[in-house]
Design a protein around this ligand. Structure first.
Ligand SMILES: C[S@@+](CC[C@H](N)C(=O)[O-])C[C@H]1O[C@@H](n2cnc3c(N)ncnc32)[C@H](O)[C@@H]1O
Length: 268
């Protein structure tokens, strides 16, 4: 099968550098990330050549703590609300308002496998259940979800309803203000800027033993320093770290990777 770039090149006189190598699909929309302005013609070719594709956008970046995407419409429908189906789960979202990384689908699958049936799962940066909805649907976990942004929260509620799950434990608040104590078996922290203020709350919410998943951005050569930074913050809270695992999730930007670090912790 020709790559995305090859397909566009076959139908245009554009130069390779003007066309991204690949795309991300969210529902029936195509999202293209590229350091250069993408000609609208690329979008028009995508709409005509990919049957599922109703609209094409260039993502220029994200802004703010809620990581609102910055999009440029290229072709097809300009409507940005979608139903994205992945691994048996429906996500309802607006790609112009909610961050949903198409590049994290492998991570979401792995997490759905890793979480065990009946666990107590706390997602402190839930978005629309980007990381937690697959374990919620497939593993029948007990869950508490926290999302600070009101617009993203409204889509989280819609997503829970679309998957037949209760929204009673989904909270629209800053996760630093939660007061959960000694409860969770596992905590997802899918926010790149996690710091001591968030980790203090997470460690309080963790049960006697459990796992905390964090998602920092770092340089490949500085992996050890990255881990030690978090270890020193966690150790301040008088807990034992029984095991630490680091995995690459994806390339984030030139020279930077998105990592997942899982700390297995026991309270002393
Ligand atoms: C970037 S998204 C999650 C992305 C996810 N890792 C993925 O796979 O696409 C992080 C979410 O955390 C929310 N958030 C940021 N700070 C928060 C806080 N202090 N408390 C609760 N939610 C917060 C943002 O609004 C955003 O929806």
């Amino acid at each position: 099968m020709p790559t995305f770039r090859e397909t566009v090149l076959q139908h245009s006189n554009l130069l390779p550098y003007q066309i991204p190598k690949g795309y991300k699909r969210i529902g029936n929309l195509m999202v293209l990330r590229h350091p250069h302005p993408i000609p609208k013609e690329v979008g028009e070719i995508a709409v005509s050549k990919y049957k599922w594709c109703n609209g094409v956008f260039q993502q220029l970046g994200t802004s703010g703590e809620n990581r609102r995407p910055i999009l440029r419409h290229l072709a097809g429908t300009a409507k940005t609300e979608v139903i994205h189906k992945e691994n048996g789960v429906k996500y309802i979202l607006d790609i112009a308002k909610v961050t949903f990384s198409g590049g994290n689908s492998e991570l979401r699958r792995r997490l759905a496998k890793e979480v065990e049936k009946g666990e107590r799962l706390l997602d402190m940066f839930a978005a629309v259940g980007n990381l937690s909805m697959q374990p919620i649907v497939h593993k029948n976990v007990e869950y508490i979800l926290v999302e600070k942004d009101p617009i993203t929260y409204s889509y989280l509620i819609k997503t829970l309803e679309a998957n037949g799950k209760s929204a009673i434990h989904a909270h629209n608040m800053d996760c630093r203000d939660i007061t959960i104590k000694d409860w969770a078996d596992r905590i997802f922290m899918g926010f790149h800027g996690v710091d001591e203020s968030h980790l203090r709350v997470a460690l309080k919410a963790l049960g006697k033993e459990g796992k905390i998943h964090i998602h920092p951005i770092g340089k490949p050569r500085k992996k050890k320093e990255l881990i030690s930074e978090y270890i020193s913050i966690i150790k301040k809270q008088n807990v034992d770290i029984k095991n630490t695992k680091i995995m690459k999730v994806k390339k984030y930007s030139p020279g930077l990777l998105h990592y997942e670090i899982i700390f297995e912790i026991a309270k002393v």
